[in-house]
Ligand binder design. Structure first.
Ligand code: ADP
Length: 409
């Protein structure tokens, strides 16, 4: 084959690939990459929580994990072991929740560490496939979690993605050397991608008992540094033990811990991104803010057996769930939901996801009470084995008589 023909084949291949990428990405309004100068600074955590926050604001969001060095998005969102489906031609991303689709290199690996041993060309082949074959549909945002650092690998990934709207740079106070962030800024410069801003993660420690922020490292460095570098500062996210817990259990932190300082900081980070698609929409609805929405509105759950309140909370047949307005003491609606399988820790999550914020029970073990407290659900124990509607009416009128805990295991 002549050299000229080889060249033509290569450019035809490159053209076809770029057209395929354009086809696949054409329905994505904003592509945002999340970068860091080093691994372990919370880049994936920030990427996942940005994506969840945007989806909570009613946006259609894709989260693409291109981090070969331990793709952690499946763990962060409890999607480990999931396999994306296909319609014969395209790969369907995993639907994490309404408005959030996820694709990760991790879904394609048998073993978490497999990709680390791939050679460069193999890695790029996989990325190309993710860029050309994933059927995202219409997206407002595609958040791309990048491989860490500013070396050849992230650069090659970035070069494959056309029309990137901007980059979020994640750093930590320990790594706040001008050098580290400067490298990321230069990296964006090479690609002509605007820097949307710097996030200072793990900045200060929130004391779990008194909630005071203790600045383990010098505070305010991120802002000063961003000012010096002439790039926007998006906010400081404290070291928050609940972030580690949420990451390990695959529950998106911003969704389940809406009233923490760290979640507020995430909302600040997301604001300029929301502004890209026009006016920022009303603040995200979190599980906890949902509980306070519409003054007086609450959801009460009562465990039921044979139509009456069950004394044994964890072994009830079903739950009666009432929507009530406590201000006017009125039942607005009610439904019955069969109890989910008896698995440790499942009930608090299940009821929390249904928006329940009050439980009236006969008896409940101390551990279960703690789990509900963590979800911000109030538990009243010692209610009689009565008709659930009667119980709710007495509860609203403050005439419900509560006895002892009828079952404490
Ligand atoms: P990276 O993608 O930069 O390698 P990860 O997002 O995987 O980093 O985070 C590394 C670890 O740090 C994870 O265990 C994560 O739960 C934890 N982490 C990230 N941000 C915070 C934070 N603000 N507070 C506490 N732990 C955090």
């Amino acid at each position: 084959m002549s050299e000229e023909k080889n060249k033509m084949d290569d450019s035809l291949k490159a053209y076809t690939e770029s057209t395929e990428i354009d086809d696949c990405m054409g329905k994505v309004k904003h592509k945002i990459m999340v970068l860091s100068g080093k691994g372990g600074v919370g880049k994936s955590t920030v990427a996942a929580n940005i994506a969840v926050s945007l989806a909570m604001n009613g946006k259609q969001v894709g989260l693409l994990d291109t981090d070969f060095h331990g793709p952690s998005i499946p763990t962060l969102l409890n999607l480990e072991g999931k396999h994306p489906g296909t319609d014969g031609e395209t790969i369907m991303p995993i639907e994490f929740s309404e408005g959030l689709k996820v694709m990760s290199i991790g879904f394609l690996l048998q073993n978490k560490d497999d990709a680390v041993i791939w050679r460069g060309p193999m890695k790029m082949k996989v990325i190309k496939q993710l860029l050309t074959d994933v059927n995202w549909g219409n997206l407002d945002y595609l958040i791309i979690d990048f491989p860490p650092g500013t070396g050849d690998e992230p650069l090659s990934v970035a070069q494959l993605i056309p029309g990137m709207d901007g980059a979020v740079i994640v750093t930590t106070p320990q790594n706040l050397s001008l050098n580290d962030v400067r490298k990321c800024i230069n990296f964006c410069g090479q690609l002509s991608v605007p820097v949307l801003g710097v996030v200072e993660n793990m900045s200060g420690f929130v004391c779990p008992s008194c909630k005071t922020v203790i600045n383990v490292f010098k505070a305010g460095g991120g802002k000063t540094m961003a000012d010096e570098m002439g790039v926007p500062f998006l906010g400081s996210i404290p070291i928050e033990p609940q972030i580690v817990e949420a990451s390990d259990s695959g529950k998106p932190f911003v969704y389940h811990n809406g009233d923490t300082d760290a979640a507020k900081a995430f909302r600040g980070v997301v604001e300029p991104l929301l502004a890209m698609s026009g006016k920022a929409e009303p603040e995200a609805e979190t599980v906890s803010s949902k509980k306070e929405e519409k003054k007086g509105m609450h959801k009460i759950a009562i465990p039921i057996v044979e139509g009456h309140l069950s004394a044994h909370f964890g072994h009830c047949e079903e739950f009666a769930i009432f929507d009530v307005d406590l201000e006017v003491k009125k039942i607005i609606g009610q439904e019955k939901a069969p109890s989910p399988p008896h698995e440790p820790g499942l009930l608090p999550r299940w009821l929390g996801e249904k928006g329940v914020n009050i439980i009236i029970a006969g008896g409940m073990g101390a551990h279960a009470q703690d789990l509900f407290a963590e979800q911000g659900i109030t538990v009243s124990i010692g209610a009689p084995a009565d008709d659930p509607e009667k119980i709710v009416i007495s509860y609203m009128n403050s005439t419900l008589e509560l006895g002892g805990n009828t079952c404490d295991h």
